[in-house]
Write a protein that binds this ligand. Structure first.
Ligand code: ZN
Length: 126
């Protein structure tokens, strides 16, 4: 997983920071979320799998707040593990699709689509 600079959850954009020391300092914590400051912090120096799962954990805190669910740490940790595995195990589902630039006329849009198709599937006419 690429750690994004920010993530939008339920209409609220949270800044994502990888830091040596969390604002809420506690040696046991590997991540934290501050809803008012719209900020997620992840502890620096962790492995990529733990970092990704920690980001999922903090995202799920925001989702649970959004849905009015209790902040059940066990449930959040369970969801974080299965959602992280879902994304890791099915990367083709989450590939970014190319978007057409705005303001193209019909001919330009057709050319852009043909070019994108060629980039994905190869040139079938060759
Ligand atoms: Zn938590």
């Amino acid at each position: 997983m690429t750690i994004p600079e920010s993530v939008k959850i339920g209409g609220i954009r949270y800044k994502v920071e990888v830091v040596d020391a969390l604002d809420v300092e506690n040696a046991d914590l590997v991540g934290s979320i501050d809803y008012r400051k719209q900020r997620i912090q992840l502890r620096a120096g962790m492995g990529s799998d733990i970092t990704a799962q920690t980001l999922w954990h903090e995202i799920l805190h925001a989702i649970f707040v959004n849905l009015g669910f209790d902040q059940d740490e066990t449930r959040i940790e369970q969801f974080a593990a299965v959602l992280n595995a879902l994304v890791v195990d099915n990367p083709e589902m989450f590939e970014k699709r190319a978007a057409l630039p705005a303001g193209l006329n019909g001919e330009e849009a057709a050319q852009a689509i043909a070019q994108a198709s060629m980039n994905i599937y190869g040139d079938k006419s060759a």
